[in-house]
Design a protein around this ligand. Structure first.
Ligand code: SF4
Length: 331
C-alpha cells in the first residue's frame, strides 16, 4: 500500500499528531481554562457523535496521523469515553489522554486493555486547599490517589502545572522536590491568554523566571538538561539523583513552533491548525453530508502560520485579540 502524502504546511512541517477534544464539559472549573460562568451549553447535535469521531480519526490516520491525544474539557466525563478509547485503540496510532485525574480510577481497566501506558494529568498545586481554589472543586485527594495508583501499575505520569504569578509560583521548587522519590514528569506551563481567563502578561511566569527560581534551590550541576525529542513542546531536565524529571513549556516566551506537528479537532468537529488560531474549519457538516474532508484538512494545515498563528509577541498583543476559551479548544 502506498504511504499517504503527509499533511504538511507551507513551512514544510509534517503534521501527524491529532488532539481531539471529546467534550467542552468538565467536572472542574480551573480559572485559567474555564470562565467562571462556564461556557454556554449548546445543542447535543452540534457535537461529534462517537462514530463520527472514529470516522474522522480513520481519515486522519489514512493521511499519516500516528498519534492521537484525547482532551476536553474533561474527556473522561463523556458517557461513551470508554467506547471511544476502545474504538481508537483499533487504529495504528499511539493513543494518549490528557485528564484532570478525577475519574482515572474508573478507567484503569480500560487503559490496561488498550495499552495506554502514559497519561497527562493537570495538577496546578500540591496543596489541597490551593488546588481547590484554582479548580473551584475539591478533588485533590482523589487526584493524588489516582496519580499514585497509576504509578503503582507502571503507567508513566506527566503532570501539567500552569504556573501563575502570585497564585502557585511559590510551589515551583516543591514540584521539583516531588520528583526526588516519585517518578513523575512535571511540566511547568506558561500561563496563556484564552477567552475568559483574565490573562495578563504580568501574571505569567516565564521560562527564564522558572529556571531562576530553580537556581535558588539547585546548583547548575544538579540541573541536568535531557536530550530533546522530536516535536517536543517542553524543554526537559532532571535533578541529579531524582527519579522523576521536570520540563518547561514556554509557548508565551519561548515558542517551539518550528517542529510543530499538532492538529486540533474540537468537540464540535472543527479543525484548527494552531492553539492560538481563531481560524476553524468545519469538518462535521461535510462529513454528515457524505462529503470527503481530506481537502479541508490539507487546506487548514497548509495555511498554518510559521509561529503562534502569526502572533509575534504576547507582551504586545493586538488590542481586541480574542482566542476561544481553553475548554473550547481542548488544549
Ligand atoms: S503555538 Fe501553534 S504553531 Fe506553535 S507549537 Fe503551538 S500549536 Fe504549534
Amino acid at each position: 500500500m502506498n504511504s499517504p502524502i503527509p499533511i504538511s504546511d507551507e513551512h514544510g512541517r509534517v503534521h501527524d499528531y491529532l488532539r481531539i477534544s471529546l467534550t467542552e464539559r468538565c467536572n472542574l472549573r480551573c480559572f485559567y481554562c474555564m470562565p467562571e460562568e462556564g461556557i454556554p451549553s449548546r445543542e447535543k447535535s452540534v457535537f461529534m457523535r462517537r462514530e463520527e469521531i472514529l470516522d474522522l480519526s480513520e481519515t486522519f490516520v489514512s493521511l499519516g496521523v500516528r498519534k492521537i491525544r484525547l482532551t476536553g474539557g474533561e474527556p473522561l466525563i463523556r458517557k461513551d469515553a470508554r467506547q471511544i478509547i476502545e474504538g481508537l485503540s483499533e487504529l495504528p496510532v499511539e493513543l494518549g489522554v490528557t485528564t484532570n485525574g478525577v475519574l482515572v480510577d474508573d478507567f484503569i481497566e480500560t487503559f490496561k486493555r488498550v495499552n495506554i501506558n502514559s497519561l497527562n494529568i493537570s495538577l496546578d498545586s500540591l496543596r489541597s486547599e490551593r488546588q481547590g481554589l484554582i479548580s473551584r472543586r475539591n478533588y485533590f485527594a482523589r487526584i493524588m490517589a489516582n496519580i499514585n495508583l497509576l504509578l503503582k501499575i507502571g503507567v508513566e505520569v506527566k503532570i501539567n502545572a500552569v504556573i501563575m504569578k502570585g497564585v502557585n509560583d511559590d510551589e515551583i521548587i516543591d514540584f521539583v522536590r516531588w520528583t526526588k522519590d516519585i517518578p513523575v514528569h512535571v511540566r511547568f506551563i506558561e500561563f496563556m491568554p484564552f477567552l475568559g481567563n483574565n490573562w495578563d502578561w504580568k501574571k505569567k511566569v516565564s521560562f527564564d523566571e522558572i529556571m531562576t527560581t530553580l537556581g535558588s534551590g539547585y546548583s547548575t550541576e544538579q540541573i541536568q538538561p535531557l536530550p530533546e525529542k522530536p516535536n517536543e513542546t517542553a524543554k526537559n531536565y532532571q535533578i541529579d539523583g531524582h527519579k522523576g524529571t521536570f520540563g518547561i513549556i514556554g509557548a508565551v516566551t519561548n515558542p517551539f513552533c518550528s517542529s510543530c506537528n499538532r492538529i486540533r479537532l474540537s468537540a464540535d468537529g472543527r479543525i484548527t491548525n494552531c492553539l492560538f488560531s481563531n481560524n476553524k474549519i468545519d469538518l462535521l457538516t461535510p462529513l454528515r453530508n457524505g462529503e470527503y474532508v481530506e481537502q479541508l484538512i490539507r487546506k487548514s494545515i497548509w495555511n498554518k502560520k510559521a509561529e503562534r498563528a502569526g502572533i509575534e509577541s504576547f507582551e504586545f498583543l493586538e488590542p481586541g485579540y480574542k482566542n476561544r476559551s481553553m475548554v473550547a479548544i481542548g488544549g
